[in-house]
Design a protein around this ligand. Structure first.
Ligand code: DCP
Ligand code: CA
Length: 406
């Protein structure tokens, strides 16, 4: 099988590093996040300076205070950490669609993107530099042919370093690492193995697979492979939703075509927000209406080139809507729009000139809205809703039943 290129990237002392970024006077000091010294509870993390005193995540705050009375204790703010985490994910996702991420660490599989990069090492280093520059946080990066080796490489790189395991170096890298480095070895397994005089990974190589299985059951098999740096697990990539839809029931049945289209435009606008966020494009746009007699009808359009842009999706939706609306003499109770058959990347069209303009426009609008609220950028058509709904700068128009389904 072709050697894979997995990059593992982990933010150093994440919560503490964010606190230092927010308050630079904390830089270089022992920072402990999770609560004040006299409070119940445990430390979420500690800066590397505080770790020198023996403080670590999960330690009761009182104990942390005993070890490090000069420490700066902060309660922390999860919402802020989450914002950094999202930015982190966005940035690294630019390098490959194959990303498995949790709060402050991620695996990137660059294998499929080989044609894009002349050197995986150089790209991995570039990712590290960009994250550090754009987030303002130090990260450690490990590169290897699978998840376990990449992660072990990162632990060698900590803090703030870069470590790559090249082809043929696996054995030399593993042999002198302590057995506690392997994720499959918890405290209990450590006790058993140490009794057998097994302390380093190379000591494990002498044990037959059957013995490991007799000690640890199925985990024994796992250990056998892990200790040899063998790991064929694929990345667990965030799944793509089946569809995203937005619909609303009107305050009272509506007949005015211009107002109906204003609703439709607004729903399309709300719909494209999660599309851009998830870097998704829709192959199918569907419009649904419910007439005043409660009959519901829908029409869909299959697109050859999947769409993400608000103006283009609205155009399709408007056409579908008008077909439904003009075929009935009834007023409407509800209108909705749905995007489905979602894909992560848009194939380039042979017949249209390639342009990122409209995508960039969408992202720019998102940025303004992130700063000034959803209602800060609206089209003239959407603004017609002013006559019906209350308006909040942060959320935009407050529809009666702005339902959200994914
Ligand atoms: N965390 C927590 N409780 C724990 C462990 C971690 O709340 N018991 C939070 C705080 C950490 C964040 O998760 O900042 C990331 O966890 P890590 O294990 O990656 O630890 P750090 O990023 O703090 O340090 P480092 O990765 O440099 O060792
Ligand atoms: Ca971390």
């Amino acid at each position: 099988m072709k050697r894979r290129c997995i990059v593992h990237i982990d933010i150093d002392a994440f919560f503490a590093a964010v606190e230092e970024l927010l308050d630079p006077s904390l830089k270089g000091k022992p920072v402990i996040v999770g609560g004040l010294p006299h409070e119940r509870g445990v430390a979420s993390t500690a800066s590397y300076e505080a770790r020198r005193y023996g403080v670590h995540a999960g330690m009761p705050l009182r104990k942390a205070y005993q070890l490090c009375p000069n420490g700066i204790f902060v309660r922390g703010n999860y919402q802020i950490y989450k914002t950094f985490s999202k930015k982190f994910f966005r940035l690294i996702s630019q390098y490959t669609p194959d990303v498995e991420a949790s709060l402050d660490e991620a695996y990137l599989d660059l294998t499929r993107c080989r044609p894009l990069y002349c050197s995986f090492s150089r790209t991995a280093r570039e990712i590290k530099q960009r994250v550090e520059k754009e987030l303002g946080l130090n990260v450690s990066v490990g590169v290897g042919p699978n998840k376990i080796l990449a992660k072990l490489a990162t632990s060698q790189a900590k803090p703030s370093g870069f470590f790559e395991i090249r082809q043929g170096e696996e054995e030399a890298f593993l042999k002198d690492l302590g057995i506690e480095c392997l994720p499959g070895i918890g405290p209990k397994a450590q006790v058993i193995l140490r009794m057998l005089n097994i302390h380093k990974i190379k000591d494990l190589w002498g044990l037959p697979r059957a013995s490991l299985r007799s000690f640890f059951g199925l985990n024994g098999d796992e250990l056998y492979l892990q200790s040899r740096g063998i790991d064929s697990r694929p990345l667990v990539v965030a799944s793509i939703p089946k569809s995203i839809s937005r619909e609303t029931t009107f305050l009272e049945d509506l007949w005015d075509r211009r107002l109906l289209l204003a609703h439709l435009a607004y729903l399309c606008d709300r719909l494209t927000l999660p599309l851009r966020k998830g870097r998704l494009f829709a192959h199918i746009i569907e419009v649904k209406v419910r007439y005043s007699d409660f009959r519901t009808e829908a029409r869909r359009h299959l697109l050859l080139t999947p769409l993400q842009e608000m103006e283009k999706i609205y155009k399709v939706a408007q056409e579908l809507f008008l077909k439904l609306f003009s075929s009935s003499r009834l007023s409407l109770r509800l209108v909705g729009v749905k995007a489905s058959d979602l894909v992560r990347a848009r194939p380039l069209s042979l017949f249209e000139p390639y342009s990122e303009r409209s995508e960039r426009l969408g992202l720019a609008v998102d940025e303004v809205r992130a700063k000034y609220g959803f209602g800060s950028v609206l089209t003239v058509r959407e603004k017609m809703l002013e006559s019906l709904y209350s308006f909040e700068k942060k959320r935009g128009y407050v529809l009666k039943t702005a339902s959200l389904t994914k």
